[in-house]
Design a binder for this molecule. Structure first.
Ligand SMILES: Cc1cc2nc3c(=O)[nH]c(=O)nc-3n(C[C@H](O)[C@H](O)[C@H](O)COP(=O)(O)OP(=O)(O)OC[C@H]3O[C@@H](n4cnc5c(N)ncnc54)[C@H](O)[C@@H]3O)c2cc1C
Length: 239
């Protein structure tokens, strides 16, 4: 049992992403078959320039054919509850039913990490929860429940701070949308940290699409969040 930190890995992304987006864009305006367009010998630079132009025009559906798969660990269940609200994505999350939490790890928010009194209180609460969880497990086992049956009910006492692992796949269109919302200063700190790491990986892999991605203001060049929430990077709307 103990404290853990965010770890994000890009497992895989579409090979030859630019050619896939190019073929999909071109298919919309061409008599040619996308299969032939994909295999032609147009240079990568020309394909990239075309893709940039089409995407800038708001023709976003070709971006849906290219996907990124990330493995994430060292995040709280509070984070993944927010993450899975993004419906245009696929998820596979570590189960608290099949994986016993008899030694659970947890995330400590920075506001607690930096306050020794609060941190001591927090860690004691985690220990108390662990004891309670383990007690429930052993009682359920005495009553003849299987491991899976015991886990599925004992987990009800686990906190939102409990560490979890998740694999997620998003296409480029959804990633751009996700970054707009979750890289913003208004997003909760933990999901923002995840989004920023995912953004850096996407930018490295596919700069043509993600170079200017990020919080909504990066595209708008103003802050739509209002005075109360603005981080000050861009002027407020209309100012
Ligand atoms: C700062 C912040 C605060 C938040 N606070 C709360 C809160 O207090 N309570 C709460 O419940 N949620 C809250 N949310 C979550 C938010 O309401 C969304 O559920 C979440 O951001 C997922 O985004 P999305 O709906 O765009 O889903 P995505 O799956 O990312 O959808 C992508 C886009 O597809 C389209 N789409 C998807 N499904 C549908 C559909 N069924 N009908 C029509 N269009 C669809 C929409 O255009 C949508 O924007 C908050 C989010 C943020 C960023």
């Amino acid at each position: 049992m103990g404290q853990v930190k965010l770890n994000v890995q890009l497992l895989e992304s579409t090979t030859d992403a630019i050619s896939v987006i190019y073929a999909a864009c071109r298919q919309c305006y061409s008599q040619q078959f996308a299969g032939d367009i994909f295999n032609n010998n147009i240079s990568l630079a020309d394909k990239t320039a075309f893709v940039r132009k089409v995407v800038a025009s708001g023709h976003d559906s070709p971006l849906e054919h290219v996907k990124f798969t990330f493995a994430v660990e060292g995040v709280s269940r509070a984070l993944t509850h927010q993450l899975v609200r993004h419906r245009m994505a696929s998820y596979s999350q570590q189960s608290q039913r099949y994986v016993q939490e008899s030694n659970f790890e947890y995330i400590v928010p920075p506001s607690i990490e930096t306050d020794s009194e609060l941190k001591a209180e927090f860690i004691q609460t985690m220990r108390d929860i662990q004891l309670s969880y383990n007690k429930l497990l052993s009682r359920f086992k005495q009553k003849g429940k299987t491991g899976e049956q015991a886990n599925q009910d004992a987990r009800f006492v686990l906190p939102q701070a409990a560490e979890t692992k998740i694999v997620l796949t998003m296409n480029c269109r959804e990633l751009l949308h996700f970054f707009k919302h979750r890289c913003c200063i208004r997003a909760q700190w933990e999901i923002r940290a995840l989004a920023n790491q995912m953004l850096a990986m996407a930018q490295e892999k596919l700069p043509c699409i993600f170079k200017n991605a990020g919080a909504k203001c990066e595209e708008l060049k103003y802050c739509p969040e209002g005075e109360k929430f603005s981080c000050g990077k861009y002027p407020l709307r209309g100012k």
